[in-house]
Design a protein around this ligand. Structure first.
Ligand code: LMR
Length: 396
């Protein structure tokens, strides 16, 4: 039976990590996958996480199954982190949260739930969007369509075109929005733009589906949640897929949550039973370790403070690298303006290179990025900055 299956190429993002690991060049630089690295090029375990892991080991006395929705404390803490302390939709009992195996798991469970409620529903995604959104959500059966978002020439959001498309979207369709740190462009909506988006979604009865994979990496934990919290105040139904991979550095633990906003508590109870049933049919219940770490940290004032300060350091380090890269590039040439990189947020920016230039960076300099010239800024270090900037200028 399996003889019919052809060999597939490596994943466009994860495949870069494999190629990078196999590269023997001592100067190699990994700007591929969106994983935070410190100035030594390491992805360390956060101190707050390490402390919480010790507490978990001392505290836990069983490996028995968790409830189907995951660790209860983590659900309460995730809801508070995502929606804020006293969100009206939460207070009204309209929000239900379950843990999920990674942000991908949360997105996929949501897509399966949408399929149950509205088979073949249309989900509009930004152009461009994260490379895995299409296969992950499309293979659940959703119809995917695109709305204009990033203008490669001006390095700005094409907001007028985005709104114009939203104004044509049929009632009941869904739109996928990145809460912050847009992946792959790094270009985020301003609060005023979020408000305008909400006006159109409310007026047209379009359902927001928000992917929040980088809370705390843009402007701050509260600031980055502005759009989704405001939307949850204004729309009857909404979906939020939230990942702890980046902001708790829990990548391999597959820790994430899915929050659903329902029109009323009766629908919330029914929807919650359905989401548990979707999860049961795929993986039964989510992994417990990562979400227990989140539970412990967010229920300890001391560990929350430590975690927040570490997250702030990560955010500020990336912002500093952005400025440093712009300076390095402009000190070497004046023909191309890269100042947009310092204005963008989160892990990613497009350099604006051709596929040939990207491939030359890989073959001649062992600098790895996706073919779209998306770089994970967090993969830069002070030590490698000069090397990277010179290589980029050489291939321009
Ligand atoms: C990325 O975009 O690099 C990250 O979200 C990691 C992934 O799974 O693609």
């Amino acid at each position: 039976m399996f003889e019919v299956l052809p060999l597939l190429p490596n994943d466009p993002i994860l495949g870069l990590s494999i190629a990078y690991a196999n590269d023997v060049n001592a100067d190699k630089v990994d700007l591929g996958v969106g994983v935070y690295k410190n100035d030594s090029g390491q992805t360390p375990i956060m101190k707050a996480v390490a402390e919480a892991e010790k507490l978990r080991i001392a505290r836990d006395i069983t490996k028995a199954y968790t409830p189907p929705a995951g660790v209860p404390g983590a659900n309460e803490a995730s809801t508070r982190l995502v929606f804020g302390a006293e969100h009206p939709a939460v207070a009204a009992g309209r929000v239900r949260t379950v843990q999920a195996p990674g942000g991908c798991g949360a997105l996929r469970v949501a897509a399966e739930l949408i399929q149950r409620a509205k088979p073949g529903a249309t989900l509009w995604v930004s152009t461009p969007t994260w490379a895995n959104h299409m296969p992950l959500l499309g293979s659940a059966g959703l119809k995917l369509r695109e709305y204009p978002y990033y203008d490669y020439a001006s390095h700005n959001i094409n907001f007028a075109a985005m709104l114009a498309t939203f104004n044509e979207i049929p009632r009941g369709d869904l739109v996928l929005l990145h809460a912050c740190c847009h992946n792959p462009s790094g270009a985020d909506l301003t609060n005023a733009q979020w408000d305008q988006v909400a006006d159109v979604l409310v007026e047209r009865g379009i359902i927001p589906f928000v992917d929040m994979a980088y809370q705390g990496f843009g402007e701050g934990l509260e600031e980055d949640a502005y759009g989704l919290r405001m939307l949850a105040n204004r729309v009857p139904e909404m979906i939020v897929a939230n990942s702890f991979s980046k902001n708790f550095g829990l990548y391999r633990e597959r820790a994430a949550s899915l929050s659903l906003v329902f029109a009323d508590t009766r629908q919330a109870d029914a929807g919650f039973s359905q989401v548990l049933n979707v999860a049961r049919a795929i993986y039964s219940m989510p992994p417990a370790h990562g979400s227990t770490i989140v539970d412990i940290i967010l229920h300890s004032d001391e560990l929350t403070r430590l975690w927040q300060s570490e997250l702030t350091q990560m955010r500020e380090r990336i912002a500093g690298l952005r400025v440093h890269l712009v300076q390095s590039l402009s000190s070497l040439q004046q023909t191309r303006d890269f100042s947009f990189i310092a204005k963008e947020r989160g892990m990613f920016s497009f350099l604006g290179l051709t596929v040939e230039q990207v491939r030359k960076l890989k073959s001649d300099y062992s600098i790895y990025m996706t073919d779209t010239s998306r770089i994970s800024v967090a993969g830069l270090t002070k030590e490698k900055m000069d090397y990277v900037a010179k290589a980029i200028v050489a291939v321009l």
